[in-house]
Design a protein around this ligand. Sequence first.
Ligand code: GLN
Length: 494
Amino acid sequence: MTDLNLLTLTQAREGLATREFTAVELTQDYLSAMEKARALNAFTVETADRALAMAAKADERIASGDAGRLEGLPLGVKDMFATEGVRTTACSKILDGFVPPYESTVTSHLWRDGAVMLGKLSNDEFAMGSSNETSAFGPVVSPWRRDGDATPLVPGGSSGGSAAAVAGFLCAGATGTDTGGSIRQPAAFTGTVGIKPTYGRCSRWGIIAYASSLDQAGAFARTVNDAAILLRSMAGHDPKDSTSVTMRVPDYEDAVGASVRGKRIGIPREYRVDGMSQEIIELWEQGASMLRDAGAEIVDITLPHTKYALPAYYIVAPAEASSNLARYDGVRYGERVPGKDIIDMYERTRAAGFGPEVRRRIMIGTYVLSAGYYDAYYLKAQKVRTLIKRDFDDVFAQGVDAILTPTTPSPAFAIGAMTNADPVEMYLNDVFTVTVNLAGLPAISVPAGFSADELPLGLQLIGRPFEEETLFSLAQAIEDSAGRFPVEDFWWSK
Ligand code: GLN
């Protein structure tokens, strides 16, 4: 058999269990797909030798009947996750050459369950961005192209490497982190499924911090079921992260395919933003019809503080980032530029090590936290955050089970199209996703249709806290109706 990388994670699991092929064979097919896909620039490190060694061990465990839940399944890891002995830089020059002596909890759960690590995946520097163009390793190219047009497109961001690698069949699934949309937006841009669970569901330990009250790990996959399998392994309590919850992790796969009859789905009026394209409006209506046909009830809802979410996010996130990134001073990790004294060394190191977007966020963050501006900006943003959370609480108290929105206001754009524009243009990509992080809720993006130029479009389902299962059931109903969205033209490997 060839091209085992084209199987879904669920199919590959089945093939390994029935001994149709070995984990080593499966891994080899992924490694050769990765080799042919260097034009996509999705990986920052390829760990071929480690992958083959892990796969060989997986085959032994399968043979002896000790297979874990992810035994032999080859995965990619976003460069925000510390991986023991494998370079981890958050795609920033400031962490150049950093090789962690420890493993993040989420990735350690994957290896505990038998998964195989193929390598590290690119992201926007420190996960700040919506296009994966700010990575120190250069932009990631989407496997997707517009119909009849070879213009290279962004895969979305910040987890662009994860999205491109999953969409391009370079890994069976991947980890991502989502602070304001970094799993869901790239999933929507690449026709993949992206789940950001409830804040506290996955441990943040060993994930390079961007904005700690918003950051949450999650998964990219080619199907809803694949995403459910991955999240089950990733999630779980960790005493090393005091914000991780002690709740039992359900078997999310049981929720996939469960009936959605009688579920109440809210359509928030405020998400119909000015200038929203007709194709996005139609996609949203089609999504509502798909869920209605599956037996759900569609209701109009209001989330009145939505319009303040983006401004509040772009105060809270940079504020936390400016504090988290204060640790990069040239003393402990990565890059150091010598100076005439220690202050000069700090300044030179930080000026050389951080890219322009990260510097912008640090400056905004220190400004909004500074004496005199704290009350006007940071404290105000925190109050807005509470109101946004309350909007969701009210809607859920009225019996709404989940909320349906578009994931993004547009399909993927060309590399370079937004980089010279006002940075706020780029921030507008997150208009439908940041509310979820501010409120700590779970949300999933699922492919639901195509744009006029045949690029995938995603719909977002937002759930009650810790009710990821409802999201998997509803997302599966959309997948059943809309079908799957694999790339068909492997232009990068020709
Ligand atoms: N695009 C958003 C930002 O730049 C979200 C990033 C993320 O979720 N990590 O902050």
